[in-house]
Design a binder for this molecule. Structure first.
Ligand code: SAM
Length: 229
């Protein structure tokens, strides 16, 4: 899967997406991440990306021109590569604006994004957000929120989305890290996973449940089902 992130702060993504499983996913070619600095699409000598809101009020709004120019440049660069084609009259990337106004990101949505799309473009807002015409004009396919609270920018939400989606790409997780039986997975009826224990059998008076030491797999499975919630 290819994911392009359009952001005012591309440096923020170093670290969270360049360690452990996500770095391995990139090294092995399961995931290709590209970052584009929105500032490069700014206008005028100062590369302005925002302006004050019509109707007044605090904060600044990322302009439609800058947002659309950035999206079109990212899409255009790939269309020219010949790798991506039009599909039903639409460009192939699925373009998401991270926004508190969007649909709440949940595991089923994460699975759908990974299954349906080979190319995502994520637009991170900042300040008060973006000019609504970027959305209304059809440059955004959907708005996604990571929860009912407001963060300073779309960068952390984009990282959350990339991490969650990447885990669903076949081959990204090793055998020991399978996503099949985890909290919110279909296999667990979308419930929260059962608790885990590892050695020693007793730690400061706290014992591992007997059933997990019994070797009786039917009983262990039953205990695990009983302990999802
Ligand atoms: N004025 C906006 C509102 O009240 O809904 C909040 C803007 S917020 C300070 C700046 C940017 O952070 C947004 O444009 C969005 O990209 C991102 N953001 C903040 N909270 C978010 C959330 N819960 N989910 C997704 N993106 C979020």
């Amino acid at each position: 899967m290819r994911i392009d992130v359009i952001t005012l702060f591309p440096e923020m993504f170093q670290g969270p997406l360049t360690e452990s499983i996500l770095q391995r996913a990139q090294d092995e070619g399961h995931l290709e991440l590209n970052f584009h600095n929105l500032r490069e699409f700014g206008t005028g000598n100062y590369r302005q990306v925002d302006d004050s809101p019509y109707g007044g009020g605090a904060g600044m709004v990322i302009t439609a021109e800058v947002g659309v120019n950035a999206i079109e440049a990212v899409v255009g660069s790939q269309m020219e590569s010949g790798k991506w084609k039009m599909e039903n009259g639409k460009l192939k990337p699925h373009i998401i604006y991270l926004s508190p106004r969007g649909e709440r990101l949940e595991q089923e949505k994460v699975e759908q994004l990974a299954a349906k799309h080979e190319w995502l473009i994520l637009l991170c807002g900042h300040y008060e957000g973006i000019d609504q015409r970027i959305i209304d004009g059809g440059w955004i396919d959907e708005e996604i929120s990571i929860g009912d609270y407001v963060l300073t920018g779309g960068e952390i939400p984009a990282m959350v989305l990339v991490d969650a989606v990447a885990r669903q790409i076949p081959g990204v997780l090793g055998k020991d890290e399978s996503a099949e039986e985890e909290s919110f997975s279909k296999a667990l009826g979308r419930k929260r996973e059962y608790p885990h224990y590892t050695r020693p059998e007793e730690f400061r008076g706290l014992k591992v449940p007997d059933v997990l030491l019994s070797g009786n797999h039917a009983e262990i499975d039953k205990w695990r089902i009983d302990n999802t919630k």
